[in-house]
Design a protein around this ligand. Structure first.
Ligand code: ZN
Length: 91
């Protein structure tokens, strides 16, 4: 009887295939942070407008609604970037 020493890595071939997904993609988490920061800014400015509507000067109101609008645009942009990255990267 001949004993053949198995190469070290032959064990791996019988192991279940490992999950190839990366646990955490740094770019994805950066984009998600950006997205949630944009959402937070949007709800913050929108809440101020809702709370103080009718009790603030027109100039302040215009400035705030503009800030809400900009925050909304940023939120949408951040969301698109996040989705595009997930699509492209498969993460
Ligand atoms: Zn990624």
């Amino acid at each position: 009887m001949v004993f053949v020493q198995a190469p070290g890595d032959s064990i791996k071939s019988i192991m279940p295939t490992e999950d190839k997904r990366q646990p955490e993609c740094p770019k994805k988490s950066r984009l998600m942070d950006q997205y949630s920061a944009a959402i937070a800014e949007f709800s913050r400015t929108a809440a101020i407008v809702n709370m103080r509507m009718g009790v603030m000067y027109k100039g302040d109101y215009d400035r705030l609604t503009k800030a809400v609008d900009e925050a909304r645009v940023l939120t949408e942009k951040a969301h698109r970037e996040l989705l595009a990255h997930i699509e492209e990267h498969g993460c």
